[in-house]
Design a binder for this molecule. Sequence first.
Ligand SMILES: [Zn+2]
Length: 451
Amino acid sequence: MLKNLCRFLFSALIYYGMFVAPGNPALAQAVTIPGTKVPIKVPDHVTMFKPVHVVFTGKNHIRNTGKSAWFDRNAFGFIRLGGKKEETILWKSLRAKDAYQIYCKFIGGNKKLKTADMWFFVSQKLFSMPDGTTVSFQAMDKAQALCQSKPELLKFIKQIREKMSVRKTEKEEGLWGLQTAKQVAETVKKLKTDSDKLLEIVGRKITPYETKFFLCYSELPLAETRKWISLLDNMYAQCCNWFGIKIGTNIWYGKCVIFIFKNKSGYTNFEVEAMKTPAMFVERSAGINHSSSSGIVRVAFYRQKDTALFAHILVHETGHGFIHRYKSPVHVPSWANEGIVEQLAAKVTGKTRKGIVPDSIFRARSKLKRDRSFEGFFEMGHIRGWQYGLAADFMQFLYNNSGRTNRFKKLVDAFKEGKKTPEALKAAYGITIEQAMTAYGRWIHVSGLTP
Ligand SMILES: [Zn+2]
């Protein structure tokens, strides 16, 4: 759901990019947001009468202070305190929080700029940043407050808010359903054409390596590619086992498309240029799963030097794709989603006793012993770093208590029907969140855990 909205906002953003004429802000053309009749008008380039004071944290956590006299859709000018030379700072290179503060400086006191359209535009820009959800909604608040004479935009903003807070149900989303062999063949043909086009954007041509469930475009030697795809075949079999799917059943839309690049630069280039992923997000990623609402799952990676880490990431990200394609497109909450794929990675790479997952579990348990708090674990749109260990551990605990009726599968089924965590736990395990936490606490010998 969140992903769909994200996709929509991205497309709206690209739309602006094409239609807003550069030059004098007064000449900016009103355009309508695709799929709506909402007209919106934003200047392309703004020069300030008086430079504004800006502060932001750059790479390596260095604090930058200075002045700015202009901004546009992609960047703003920056003259460092005590300096003379102007630099161009890309919005996407900032932390979302800083970008929001700087937008406030530019727009806040400027009557001409302070419009619902402008703030709405900013909210989308922020939303496209990986850490931008919260500030994006603050900008949307500002847009909403200025919407008196813009009933259409107001209605649209309300719709977005509703989408964000209401989890869709399986009934609304529908089931994925399985493709016939003929449909698979047709879809794969199309996926191949699309993959060629995507690779062409970054000047690459790769002959795919294909198995029953995977279509892999790899820059690695064939023998190595084979080894990695066979690991993913094992992952697939493990998932089928967990979710009670008959061996040999193809749950993908066509096949799952995997891209493996030799190095990070090739990967980054592909993600940014071909997949249109914000550079800031790509920068801190090691693999990205693109599970689309159309059903297509594409996952891109680069070969990490550390073989164990690479194997882990490969299974983790592709595992997200499997969860996406399981039953319905309804999103499984972050804690469960990450918990399942972390367990999957540990299990399939044979590192259940030593390695990345056991280490992160150890760290999470130590933290729980100290702080005794899950820190909003069950509610979060995206769990935080230390909680990955907790997610893996908590999932192991649920799996251990799955019983003969496969409560573990029932839990995921409940999510896929659109139930939230409390109802899903109740439906599958017959317990509340508090009871689950107490039982888990007993298992790890930590009492008094709070959500
Ligand atoms: Zn993940």
